[in-house]
Design a protein around this ligand. Structure first.
Ligand code: KG4
Ligand code: ZN
Length: 340
């Protein structure tokens, strides 16, 4: 079974071919990150335009690298939510046109389920059910993966995602977009004990979290220092922030594992590339004897291999779409999704 995956939810135009769910045949990513860097973040219209320009050549290369043509495919999977609407629409309409022209099934994939599936490409022994900490630029949640296409959200952020917190703090500290990876790099040379940062508590669910207060605290400390002529030690602020975020996420995951009884834990999403978070999750899992699965750094960020992989499982579960498939920026809560 050969499935083509197409991803265009943010600033990466990507296409990939996966065989029998997990065998990676090709993966092509055209990143626009450098172009958005001069604006300090993703400019949605620019992202859509670049997707328009690149999507055909990226898809052709993915097919050529896999040594196949569109005729050989069993289905075409595409990210249809969540993300920048103009960016998603490019991928969805391209996939629709291609599926129609080639007479192949069209398979809708929720981007977050794709991030989770990235683990299957490299960890053949990982099988549902398990607990997954999803940490991306727009989402932070603890998800119970009950089957390849069935998911239950146990906890989520009440405000900002962890990635958003990293990105905004990086910006105020003077690091270029994308900020998360810059915080990670800077933290290597900083002292995590220098700045005391708040750990917001969330009333109601103890598996929910909140990062806006932490983000605001860092921004306020930087602004206050600028007003009083003090110097902020940026690498130490980065290290303090990284340690605080890693501890919050690790504690929430530990609590979720204790409450649910899961001993298999996975991580997914761009922020799962963070070295401090990876180390802290490893320590916690080792201490309890839990099995921990993380995607390699190359599969943490946005890519189409994860979409092709999850698309394969969706296809096997009968989750396909017709020509009326639309894209949705958000509002399609995971629990409401057919495949989530
Ligand atoms: O999953 P992703 O590539 O895109 C979304 O679906 O949102 O995640 C992007 C997020 C950004 O906030 C980026 O700064 C963050 O992942 N990120 C990191 C690291 N690498 C990427 N955050 C912390 N440390 C990293 N090494
Ligand atoms: Zn993503």
């Amino acid at each position: 079974m050969l499935i083509l995956g197409i991803e265009s939810s943010c600033d990466e135009t990507a296409a990939s071919v996966v065989k029998d769910c997990t065998e990676l045949k090709s993966s092509v990513i055209a990143s626009q990150a450098m172009e958005h860097q001069k604006y300090g973040g993703v400019v949605p219209e620019l992202a859509s335009r670049r997707h328009c320009e690149n999507i055909l050549s990226v898809t052709e290369k993915a097919l050529a690298d896999a040594n196949i043509t569109a005729d050989d495919l069993d289905g075409i999977a595409v990210t249809y939510t969540p993300g920048l609407i103009g960016a998603l629409l490019v991928g969805v309409n391209f996939a629709k046109g291609m599926a129609f022209a080639a007479g192949k099934p069209l398979i809708p994939v929720h981007h977050i389920t794709g991030h989770i599936a990235a683990n299957y490409l490299v960890h053949p022994e990982l099988r549902p059910p398990y607990l997954c900490l999803v940490v991306s630029g727009g989402h932070t949640m603890l998800v119970e993966v009950t089957d390849y296409t069935k998911f239950r959200i146990l906890g989520t952020t009440r405000d900002d995602a962890a990635g958003e917190c990293f990105d905004k703090c990086a910006r105020v500290l003077g690091y270029p977009y994308p900020g998360g990876v810059q915080i990670d790099k800077a933290a290597q040379t900083g002292d995590a004990g220098t700045y005391q940062l708040p750990r917001p508590r969330v009333a109601g669910s103890d598996l929910d979290c909140s990062f806006s207060g932490l983000k605001t605290a860092v921004i306020n400390m930087v602004h206050h220092a600028a007003q009083t002529g003090e110097t902020i030690d940026a690498p130490s602020m980065a290290a303090s922030l990284q340690r605080t975020v890693a501890e919050i996420l690790t504690e929430k995951t530990e609590l979720a594992a204790r409450k649910t009884g899961y001993t298999t834990i996975a991580m997914a999403g761009g922020v799962s590339a963070n070295s401090g978070l990876r180390a802290s999750m490893q320590r916690m899992c080792q201490a309890h004897g839990y099995r921990l699965y993380m995607p390699p750094l190359s599969l943490c960020g946005d890519n189409a291999a994860m979409i092709a992989c999850q698309g394969s499982y969706n296809f096997l579960a009968g989750i396909t779409a017709d020509e009326s498939l639309n894209a949705y920026a958000s509002g399609t809560a995971i629990g409401e999704m057919k495949e989530m």
